[in-house]
Design a protein around this ligand. Structure first.
Ligand code: PGA
Length: 257
């Protein structure tokens, strides 16, 4: 059975004191059995080292961004070796804000993913269609193309630590959540793709949902058969909401409180 994963994408939010306070509150929350699920927090990168050194067992701290080259004249960027040097071993790749606001191309995303998996990082790769693609009815074709260009050429052996996140762009930060029918359709589609292309491990890779997932809707979303957790933006900035979402993942996994 796939362990659920709940990941917090803080984006460019929270000051350092808030971030550390959040982590402390999580550490003290004895209601959560962090061995029963994987929790990840993606803070702004300047907090990574401090948060990594203070994170409780079972809570990974990951980088929202990095560049795929090993070193060199790339002002403002961080490479994987630098992340490794502060014990960071988890990265987020392909988020729609990186694709849209920072013009990351499919080629760059594929290079980033290649570099990260080959360096043994745990990766969450985001895919998702825009509102106009959804309205055209071609969302599955679009998502298929995103899968092909990012993981289509990768070998099964290197993607064991990969999780996918389906994040419809129209649902991110909008308060509009995809409905269960839409979520099931896409997650089942992604699962079939994984099973077909990676027959040995396709059933064990996690597929997260992201896009206005919160403490109120998490339980029903996480109950869908191919939803293995969530990538949470807005609701993850509030520690009590984030813990509620983790609790929902616990409940769906059959863990009592
Ligand atoms: P949201 O963001 O939960 O605020 O919609 C999700 C994400 O961008 O990963």
């Amino acid at each position: 059975m796939r362990k659920k994963m709940v990941a917090a994408n803080w984006k460019m939010n929270l000051l350092q004191a808030d971030a550390l306070h959040f982590l402390e509150a999580i550490s003290k929350s004895h209601l959560i059995d962090f061995s029963a699920l994987d929790a990840v927090i993606f803070p702004p990168s300047i907090y990574l080292e401090k948060m990594i050194s203070r994170s409780p067992q079972g809570v990974q701290i990951g980088a929202q961004n990095f560049y795929f080259e090993n070193n060199g004249p790339f002002t403002g960027e961080i490479c994987l070796e630098q992340l490794k040097s502060i014990n960071c071993s988890c990265v987020l790749i392909g988020h729609s804000e990186r694709r849209i606001v920072f013009s990351e191309t499919p080629q760059m995303i594929s290079e980033k993913l290649n570099a990260a998996v080959k360096n043994g990082f745990n990766c969450i790769l985001c895919i998702g269609e825009s509102q106009s693609v959804r309205e055209s009815g071609d969302h599955l074709l679009f998502l298929h193309a995103q899968l092909e260009e990012s993981i289509g050429q990768l070998d099964e052996n290197v993607i064991r630590n990969l999780s996918l996140a389906y994040e419809p762009v129209w649902a991110i930060g909008t308060g509009l959540t995809a409905n269960l029918e839409q979520i099931n359709e896409v997650h089942n589609f992604i699962r079939s793709y994984l099973l077909k292309h990676f027959p040995t491990i396709g059933s064990s890779l996690r597929i997260l949902y992201g896009g206005s997932c919160n403490e109120q809707n998490a339980k029903e979303i996480f109950s869908c058969p191919n939803v293995d957790g969530g990538l949470i933006g807005g609701a993850s900035l509030d520690c009590s909401k984030f813990l509620e979402i983790i609790r929902a993942a616990h409940e769906v996994s059959g863990i009592e409180h």
